[in-house]
Write a protein that binds this ligand. Structure first.
Ligand code: ZN
Length: 490
């Protein structure tokens, strides 16, 4: 398994794509293809997506520094969907993102059918860009800015800008905010709904468990009851229609808001749960229509109930597992040998249905990285020097076309335990040895020519250009006499 020698430290709310771009630049890769192979072991077509795949391979390459669950929860938009998905659907979405096949993921989350994807773009906030440049040294992509329906920065209240990529370019250009021309995503500069919805979505993304409580505790129904929109268990549709009508008007000019302002029917579908999966944007927009803001969501306390029936709302079962189920899940969780609680079997299930017990368990079973004995750096240095020489010999002994002895090629063949790249000041001998082992382009060409001559046994009369081609040399750095001398042994 290939491992990564370096990976950027994630910034707050930074998307996975943004991390990939920063990695791409850090190692000065020439193409996305190369970066994708290094990060994911394959050519990933979903790296630019808000729900990227191949995270299993990335986690392995990072040697468990971030588990798949951590990557999903902190670097993608899946947590925003968690309150609207069953346990099974959420876990299968994670499995999908862990693997290499992302086909059907957006469809299974109802994103394709919602029609909201056509407004998706790379968005950023100018104030965030400036702040990030000052504090972190560079701008980066915030995942919340990429969520459907988020048109205003929830932190600064600025209308987001959408990057206009040049003709023929796409996210594989590996770009960061502010590098291409951009345009405002809203024509109305102060759309109350947009700021409120952005703040609520940001809260939902950062607090998925509390958002689950909000949805499971039927916040919307309680809000409607408080507003007097429910009479004897029946929803007063006309009263609701009259209440929301004036609030639907202002957003009508905005293309992204058309799907929620053009009709009233989706509201009834959402309240009656006729659609299988609710889009977070629609849910939080309805919260706003019902005069609720992020502070109301924060204050919401889930009330205990198991079954709610009435004539107008569909019968809903707030899922309450019985004691035996909880006991089984707890047992399976405890028996799992994974070091990190995040990675144990049934973590998500317990997170949702038995969070007090889980929090307590996690608190008493913190993940402690194994404490290493004090390092004798001089011994490490001597060992690494030897390994570097062995690595050089290995490269020289490799079958087939010669490979250049570069720093990367050598370091890939030595053990990562030395932490050479992080602590290189402790490795003076290795630095010297490494410098001495590196091959110049001239020496490499000589080696390739010797190989080509040995392999194809051409006569001296054979055109030099032919040998060059065999050796794969385009720009020659060896003299004619040097080429001649290589023929001497034959
Ligand atoms: Zn901002």
């Amino acid at each position: 398994m290939y491992r990564l020698f370096l990976f950027p430290e994630p910034f707050p709310d930074e998307s996975l794509y943004s991390l990939a771009v920063r990695y791409h630049r850090l190692v000065s890769n020439k193409s996305y293809r190369q970066t994708s192979r290094e990060l994911f072991g394959t050519y990933s077509r979903t790296c630019g997506s808000v729900l990227p795949c191949c995270l299993g391979a990335l986690s392995q390459r990072l040697e468990g520094q971030y588990s798949v669950a951590e990557l999903v929860e902190t670097r993608t938009l899946l947590p925003l969907y968690r309150p609207f998905l069953s346990e099974k659907a959420y876990e299968s979405a994670i499995l999908c993102m862990q693997g290499t096949q992302g086909t059907g993921l957006k469809m299974s989350l109802g994103m394709t059918a919602s029609g909201l994807l056509k407004h998706a773009s790379f968005r950023y906030c100018e104030a965030c860009m400036q702040h990030d440049s000052e504090v972190f040294g560079m701008p980066y992509w915030h995942r919340i800015h990429m969520a459907a329906g988020v048109c205003i920065c929830p932190i600064h209240g600025n209308v987001l800008l959408s990057a206009n990529l040049p003709e023929g370019a796409d996210w594989r250009s590996m770009f960061l905010p502010g590098e291409f021309a951009s345009e405002s995503v809203l024509s109305t500069q102060s759309l109350d709904a947009a700021l409120a919805v952005a703040k609520m979505q940001f809260w939902g993304l950062e607090n998925p468990q509390r958002a689950c409580d909000l949805v499971d505790g039927d916040f919307l129904r309680l809000r409607l009851t408080e507003m007097g929109m429910v009479h004897r268990g029946r929803l007063r549709e006309l009263a609701l229609r009259n209440f929301v009508a004036p609030r639907l008007g202002p957003g009508n000019q905005e293309v992204e808001y058309k799907s929620v302002t053009n009709s009233f029917e989706w509201i009834m579908c959402l309240l009656r749960r006729r659609r299988r999966i609710v889009q977070p944007f629609k849910y939080y927009f309805l919260c706003w229509l019902l005069d609720s803001g992020v502070n109301d969501l924060r204050k919401f306390q889930r009330r205990n109930f198991s079954i709610v029936t009435d004539r107008d709302f569909t019968t809903k079962h707030a899922y309450c597992p019985d004691k035996a189920q909880v006991a089984t899940r707890r047992r399976e969780f405890k028996q799992d040998k994974s070091e990190k609680c995040h990675d144990k079997a049934g973590y998500y299930w317990l997170y949702r249905h038995d969070s007090d017990w889980l929090n307590n368990y996690v608190k008493h079973h913190p993940f402690v990285r194994s404490i290493e004995a004090p390092i004798d750096w001089s011994v490490q240095d001597a060992r690494l020097s030897k390994e570097l020489i062995d690595a050089r010999d290995e490269i020289l002994g490799d079958e087939g076309k010669p490979k250049k002895i570069t720093k990367t090629a050598l370091l890939r063949r030595v053990s990562a335990k030395y932490r050479y790249l992080r602590e290189f000041s402790f490795f003076p001998e290795s630095i010297q040895v490494l410098e001495g082992l590196l091959e110049t382009e001239h020496d490499f060409q000589i080696r390739k020519l010797s190989w080509a001559i040995k392999r194809f046994s051409p006569s001296k009369q054979c055109a030099t250009s032919l040998i060059m081609r065999f050796a794969g040399i385009r720009i020659r750095q060896v003299s004619e006499s040097e080429v001649d001398s290589l023929f001497l042994p034959i």
